[in-house]
Write a new protein. Sequence first.
Length: 231
Amino acid sequence: MDADCEAQVLETIRNLKLAPAANGNWLAIFDRDEWMAGLDPVTWRDVDDPDSIRLLAAWREAAQGSFPAVFPVTLEGTRRWLIRQVLEVPDRLLFWVQGPQGQKIGHLGINRLDFAARNLELDNVVRGVPRVMRGAMYSSVQTMLNWVFVTLDMRDVFLRVFSDNTRAIQLYEHCGFRETMRMPMRRVEEDGAVRWLEVDGNHREPVARYFVTMHLPRTGWQADCDDELAA
């Protein structure tokens, strides 16, 4: 990707973080050609919105086991995380998954854009409200993939997920992702927090979990889209 295209992508991400869409959802989510929900960027306005911070904190607390770091979740810590690790990061973007009435039911994001390789990471895929809008997270991922491959012109999307998170793995496989690597992890407790770190050559204990990397190249995604259209 040339420098002009890279600058344009980063400018798009920066602008999306400034303010929510003026009318309706930024990206509509369809299920079998029927509108079911929408994706809206998490913006700087969310920093000062108590409801947004409360939701992000509650969903992070509920999904602790899905992340490499487990720690006491606070509202102020969540607000700092949103500012420093999402909004201030040039190549990171988080989206709300919103229902027909505007209710927030989850989120997902993109991160770590590699413009030379033209790939990025799909991350923070979290369903915050269970048992509503069946299939919403699948359709949300598919909508995001369409934007990433078509609009951002990426060639590959990868993600990382723990091996015991079978429900998430099933979702990602349904979306077309395939496992390419798994890294053994070890549990470390420090200062009231738990971290899962990659195993080094000196590790001799049994491995409890693996961090699985999954990839979906654009060619594979396009082939799946063509198959769905032909069905």
